[in-house]
Design a protein around this ligand. Structure first.
Ligand code: VGL
Ligand code: ZN
Length: 212
């Protein structure tokens, strides 16, 4: 495939490439570790790179362990809407919350932490799960003149998809590199996420669109 030429206003957004989302981690996503080399090849090409880090306090309200009798991967009603309950993961300062050590982050201009408020989750890099509290990333990218965002990382159907939808809402062009993402896929969540991203006009393609 002929590579899409990149522009100065393009930014790679690497979502949650942390040990807890990789094989052996607390919320392991199959093949999550395979994304590290492709993320590194992508990062070399981009004029701008940012990364996110899921960063929960111990006892976060998205953890099933905080809801008596509830199992991970079920849902609960929160004041801000329906929330999936997860195994305890990405607890601040723990090894599982670290970004993968082989991830080439030297060129990352920003590492944005999210999900650090006990009572609200944040899948999206732009808005917390109430879909109204900003993380500040939109303002940061806008102020720096970034226009088009390319997404890779974990998980396709949660943090990547919610970030893509909010990127479009915030007025950015959004491209998802599907082979540079892996999904959790709960009850059809991957199909729903792909349909939702297509609906908002995200470009759905593969890393070869950038790498050639
Ligand atoms: C994520 C579930 C909970 C993700 C983060 O990175 O997709 N999923 N926290
Ligand atoms: Zn999380």
């Amino acid at each position: 495939m002929t590579a899409t030429p990149l522009r100065e206003t393009d930014c790679l957004v690497l979502i949650d490439l942390q040990y807890d989302f990789m094989p052996g981690g607390a919320l392991a996503v199959a093949e999550g570790d395979l994304l590290v080399p492709v993320a590194n090849r992508l990062a070399e090409r981009f004029p701008h790179v940012v990364a996110t880090q899921d960063w929960h306090p111990a006892g976060h309200s998205s953890f099933a362990s905080q809801h008596s009798g509830r199992e991970p991967f079920t849902t609960v009603e929160m004041p801000y809407g329906t929330q999936t309950l997860w195994p305890d993961h990405c607890v601040q300062g723990t090894p599982g919350a670290e970004l993968h050590k082989d991830l080439a982050l030297d060129r990352a201009e920003l590492i944005l932490r999210k999900g650090y408020r006990r009572d609200i989750d944040s899948y999206s890099a732009f808005l917390e799960n109430d879909q109204s509290t900003p993380t500040g990333l939109g303002g940061y990218l806008f102020e720096r003149g970034i226009q088009r965002l390319f997404f890779a990382g974990l998980a396709t159907d949660f943090c990547v998809a919610w970030s893509v939808l909010d990127a479009r809402m915030a007025g950015f062009e959004a491209v998802i590199l599907t082979d540079a993402c892996r999904a959790i896929d709960l009850a059809g969540s991957l199909d729903a996420a792909m349909a939702g991203m297509a609906e908002v006009g995200a470009v759905i393609t593969e890393s070869s669109a950038v790498l050639g």
